[in-house]
Ligand binder design. Sequence first.
Ligand SMILES: Nc1ncnc2c1ncn2[C@@H]1O[C@H](COP(=O)(O)OP(=O)(O)OP(=O)(O)O)[C@@H](O)[C@H]1O
Ligand SMILES: [Mg+2]
Length: 274
Amino acid sequence: MSQSAAAVQVSGLRIVKARKDILQEVDFSIPAGRITGLLGPSGSGKTTLMRTIVGVQRITSGSVTVLGKPAGDPALRHELGYVTQSPSVYPDLSVETNVRYFGAMHGKHRRDAAAAMAAVGLEGHARIRTADLSGGELSRVSLACALVARPKLLILDEPTVGLDPVLRADLWERFGAMAAAGTTLLISSHVMEEASHCASLLLLRQGRLLASLTPAELSDRGGSEDLELAFLNIIRQAEADEGTPPSPGTTPGLGTAPHLGADNLPAAGMTVTE
Ligand SMILES: Nc1ncnc2c1ncn2[C@@H]1O[C@H](COP(=O)(O)OP(=O)(O)OP(=O)(O)O)[C@@H](O)[C@H]1O
Ligand SMILES: [Mg+2]
């Protein structure tokens, strides 16, 4: 696949859960070999959209094509890495055993696990029980478990929440290196300053795609160099157009507590849900 080809193509996507429209009229494509940021207030549908691309969310209507195949196609199992919003690793196992376990599911070996741990700066923590790690280290174990398969498409649901600024900068550098090596990354975030690391951005609001644009275009359209302010301006404009009062949930930059649910199960144990 060339750098300019789309890794993911979403057309007319609609997801209904419990008779509620969660996503509607969503159309976009994700360029291969780049970082795409998925931004939106809490509850706007980021996790649902990511689960749809991963193939664990039932589609009500529309189409989702991932690396040339329909989302959920078994052939995509080894091509796609998914890091859920809450770390999903086995707490009683060591870092290395966790990473090797996930690697084994993709036919990978000890050296691949070592490379994945090194890629997230955890080589010195291989023997430590995962339950004894700090929060930031735990997030990186989850990431290593996804990296070990060397996926072509890596989907990361708020991977930098709760990380300190140094670790966050370090991770974005690693994501940039992965994209430069040809990996496609889709990363959701509440932290607007992180949008500047992305080649393109998808802005979600209340289950609809508000815009698909570059950080420079976000800045232009939102009338501010400050991407957080630009995003807020675009959201407020959309609210003004609809005549709806601003809601507290439309404040970007606010982290949310990770929720427990089917999306937090280890990838291997995932099932498609309504
Ligand atoms: N099974 C379900 N039944 C009904 N509503 C649901 C169900 N699952 C999710 N939702 C609703 O869908 C909406 C989108 O949820 P989603 O988890 O995708 O949002 P999000 O953008 O990832 O939010 P956050 O930033 O808080 O993680 C929310 O309003 C949520 O309450
Ligand atoms: Mg979410």
